[in-house]
Design a protein around this ligand. Structure first.
Ligand code: FES
Length: 187
């Protein structure tokens, strides 16, 4: 005899559990897309005009960036953080045991030898794509002194490595090179 407590569809037929799981999955991915759609306008509002977008690289004069401060430039439609780290910020990034990290990466792997006072990052949170705060010393920088994403509370250290989720990954490092001690080329 049929189980009277089993779920039924609108026509009184027993519900197909695999179809139900599928519908739940569709609903969940719809929610994820909705959240991402909220994050994108934040980034989109930072987009430059189309001619700037077409630039494959951006040069930046580092001279005006004070120690402890950072700037945001736009490269290929993405916010790029360039921060001038203090000796204490470098030390804390270098001294962090890899075992403490969600995505273990050394600070040396994320900076350029001889220029480790500079950290260059794609300023897009690896959770859902918000732009974290922390370039200005007056910004909230989170417990690890790097960047703080107000969207859902992710925190990054002074190497841009994620230290507190929900972001699953470190901030990405874009391709870049120093043309001199005071000029960097991104891209
Ligand atoms: S987008 Fe969710 S924590 Fe950054």
């Amino acid at each position: 005899m049929a189980d009277p407590t089993a779920a039924h569809d609108l026509h009184g037929h027993p519900a197909d559990p695999s179809k139900r799981d599928f519908l739940q999955l569709v609903a969940l991915s719809g929610a994820a897309i909705g959240a991402a759609a909220i994050a994108w306008p934040v980034i989109d509002s930072m987009n430059p005009s189309k001619d700037v977008l077409a630039l494959s690289s951006v040069e930046l004069d580092l001279t005006p960036i004070a120690v402890g401060s950072g700037v945001t430039v736009v490269w290929q439609g993405k916010p790029i953080f360039v921060r001038h780290r203090t000796p204490a910020e470098i030390k804390s990034a270098v001294d962090t045991p890899l075992g403490d990290l969600i995505e273990p990466q050394t600070d040396a792997a994320r900076t350029k030898a001889g220029h480790d006072q500079w950290i260059v990052l794609i300023g897009i949170c690896t959770h859902l794509g918000c732009v974290p705060l922390g370039n200005k010393p007056s910004d909230p920088r989170g417990e690890w002194g790097g960047w703080f994403c107000p969207c859902h509370g992710s925190q990054y250290d002074t190497s841009g490595r994620v230290r507190h989720g929900p972001a699953p990954l470190n901030l990405y490092v874009p391709p870049y090179a120093f043309e001199s001690d005071t000029k960097v080329k991104i891209g």
